[in-house]
Design a binder for this molecule. Structure first.
Ligand code: C5P
Length: 299
């Protein structure tokens, strides 16, 4: 029988296979046409009833856990406030997703906290209510609920699943220090003052995805935030070149960075690329597959 004093939800990292960014809107957000994919790096969030509200975070030594706020500003804590109740909670986050890495780690925690809280209290809120709560928390949070492969428009919060029969192999290389998402978007505005209002269409990437051919997808990968991210962190350009020299089909900055992800032709190809990058001195190279499920309760 399920222990109703505690629920654990698992949520995955995301990457953007296509990230078209248009000119900044009046509300400060940028219009996007993006294709998200959930990949097999996970945060687990446990919500339990407790005497007082508190948050604890654990994770691998290479993660910059000190960068994660443990007060009310943490996005997972804010997620619990979306469905207010009189009960106090202990929120435990077990992290695998790089922190401030452009892989929606915070959004995954928020999505997991929303779902865990809902299930813990038997609220059974409809999906559209959870998705609306998710969108209020952040542009990537709805996708963290949905998972798989999906197209995102608006500021990224309007998510529609897309067909993706493929099973794709990735290597993710995090950086020691994170990059601020707003800073990368601001730098996009500086570098691209005459960016068109309409973001670059995701259609070419979707067509490539439908072929199931890794090389076609590799060629179609696109990220308008890559140029500003590399301008802020020139070493990311060297990393992309190195991973491609180690056998990856293509390297690309993940979202606003600084994590770089490499699409590989197979599981063996991903392991070889990761080993090559570690041999070249990169401390961490994680292999992952996608698409994987959105936020879900662990038994
Ligand atoms: O929605 P979220 O809180 O994740 O966004 C963080 C920041 O990233 C925003 O405050 C904004 O500066 C930038 N952003 C943007 N356009 C988007 C999404 C995010 O400019 N579509």
């Amino acid at each position: 029988m399920r222990d109703r004093t505690s629920v654990t939800v698992r949520a995955a990292a995301k990457i953007n296979l296509h990230l078209g960014v248009g000119r900044v809107r009046e509300d400060g957000f940028h219009p996007l046409d993006t294709v998200y994919q959930a990949i097999s790096l996970y945060d687990d969030v446990t919500v339990s009833v407790d005497d007082a509200d508190h948050l604890s975070v654990a994770g691998a030594a290479h993660l910059d856990l000190d960068e994660i706020p443990t007060d009310g500003s943490n996005i997972a804590v804010r997620a619990l406030a979306e469905a207010p109740c009189d009960v106090r909670h202990h929120l435990r986050i077990s992290k695998e997703i790089p922190v401030a890495g452009g892989m929606a780690g915070g959004s995954a925690d928020a999505a997991a906290a929303l779902l865990a809280h809902d299930r813990l209290h038997g609220l059974a809120q409809p999906d559209d209510v959870l998705l609306a709560q998710a969108a209020r928390l952040g542009s990537d949070v709805p996708f963290s609920l949905v998972g798989g492969t999906a197209r995102g428009v608006g500021r990224g919060e309007l998510v529609t699943p897309v067909e993706d029969e493929g099973s794709w192999w990735w290597v993710a290389v995090p950086s020691a220090a994170g990059l601020s998402t707003p800073a990368v978007y601001r730098h996009f505005d500086v570098l691209r003052p005459d960016a068109p209002a309409e973001p670059a269409s995701a259609e070419p990437l979707l067509a490539a995805l439908a072929t199931g051919e890794p090389l076609r997808v590799a060629r179609a990968l696109h990220n308008d935030l890559q140029e500003p991210a590399i301008d802020l962190r020139p070493e990311l350009g060297d990393l992309i070149a190195r991973g491609e020299a180690e056998g990856a089909l293509r390297g690309i900055v993940s979202g606003s960075g600084p994590t770089v992800v490499f699409l590989c032709d197979s599981a063996d190809g991903a392991r070889a690329t990761a080993a090559g990058l570690v041999g070249a001195g990169y401390a961490v190279a994680l292999t992952a597959t996608g698409p994987v499920a959105g936020a879900h309760v662990l038994a």
